[in-house]
Design a protein around this ligand. Sequence first.
Ligand code: TXA
Ligand code: MG
Length: 348
Amino acid sequence: MNTGYLKVDPEKPEENIIEEAAEVIRAGGLVAFPTETVYGLGGDAFMAESSKKIYAAKGRPSDNPLIVHIADIEAAEKAGSDIPGEFYLLSDAFWPGPLTMIVKRNPDMPLETTGGLDTVAMRMPSHPVAEALIRASGGFIAAPSANASGRPSPTTAKHVKDDLDGRIDLILDGGSCSIGLESTIVDLSCGKPQILRPGFITKEMLEDVLGGVDLDPTLFKPSAGRPKAPGMRYRHYAPQGEMHIYIGEQQAVSSRINAELDKAKAYGRRCGVICTEETKDKYAADMVVSVGSREDVKGAAAEIYSVLREFDDRGIEVICSEAFSEEGYGLALMNRLYKACGYQVVRV
Ligand code: TXA
Ligand code: MG
C-alpha cells in the first residue's frame, strides 16, 4: 500500500485536507493524526473491519482494546451505556483533553473495537486536527497510538512513518505533540474510580473533582498481579538496548552510572545515558541526552519517546537512565521509564 503524507496546520487545519482524511476513514481506511498526547492511528470505531485493520497494521494483539475518540459529549451515549455521574464531572473538568474514561460498552459498539470487552474507553482530544477529523469522519474514531506494537509511542509524524509506512492509507503531519505521553486512563465501570494508566491528568487532579481515586496496584509492582488495561500487560515502550534506571542520591547515581559505562565500554558496547541539564556534564558515552531541567517534568515527558527512538536509530546497546520524582505528573514519566526498562531498577 502507498501511504499518503499530508502536512496540516496544527492550529487551523485546512478544510480540504481534513475532508480528504475523513473520506479515507468513512471508506473504512486508516489515517494517522496528531493529538495533544501522541499520534493516533484512526479508523471508524463503528466499523469492525476498520478496527481489524488497525490491529493488523500495528501488529497488535486483538484482545488489546482501542480508545474511541469523540468530539462532543452527546457521542458518549452512543459509544457507552449506563454512564455514571463521575463521567460527566470529569468530562466537565478535563475534556477536551488528555483523559480517557472507561464505562460500559453500548451494545452497538463492535467488540472488535473494544478488544472483546464489555466496556469501552473514550477520550475527547483537544488537538484541533483531531477534533476536526473526528467531526468530519462521523464522530467516532477508534485510535491506538500510531506506533508498531512494542515500539515507543510516536510524538512526530516521522515516528509514524518510520513504523507504519506502507501499512496505512494516510499520515497527517501536524508537527510534534505537546504532551508526549499517552492520556491518563481512569476506569469508571466498576465501583471506585481507578487509574489504569497515569498521565498528564494526575491522581491529585482527579481527586479534586471526585474525592478518592485508586491506582491500579500493578502499575509500579508487576508482581502485584495482572494490570486491568490489557495494553499495560505487554512489554511496551521498549528500546532495543538493555536499559536500567538508577535511583538514589544524585552524586552516587552519577558515579554508579559512570562505573557501568566503563564496564560496557570495555566490552565495546555502545552506551547511552538519559539525564538532566544538572548532570549532563558528568557523563561520557556514545549518546548523552539531557531531557531538560530536573524540575521540569513536563519537558522531560515531552522528550522521552523521541529519545528512546533515537537510541534505537543509533544502535545504542546499553542505556543508563537517571530517575525522576514520582510526585504528581512525575508518576506518569516514571511509569513509562519503568516499562521501557522492564522494571530493571538499581537502587544506589
Ligand atoms: O493518549 C492516548 O490515549 C493515545 C491517543 C492516540 O489518544 N492513545 C493511546 O491508545 O494511547 P493505546 O491503544 O496505545 O492505549 C490504550 C490503552 C491500552 O493499554 C488498552 O489496553 C487500554 O487503553 N484500554 C482501552 N480500552 C480499554 C477497556 N475497555 N478496558 C481497559 N483498558 C482499556
Ligand atoms: Mg499504545
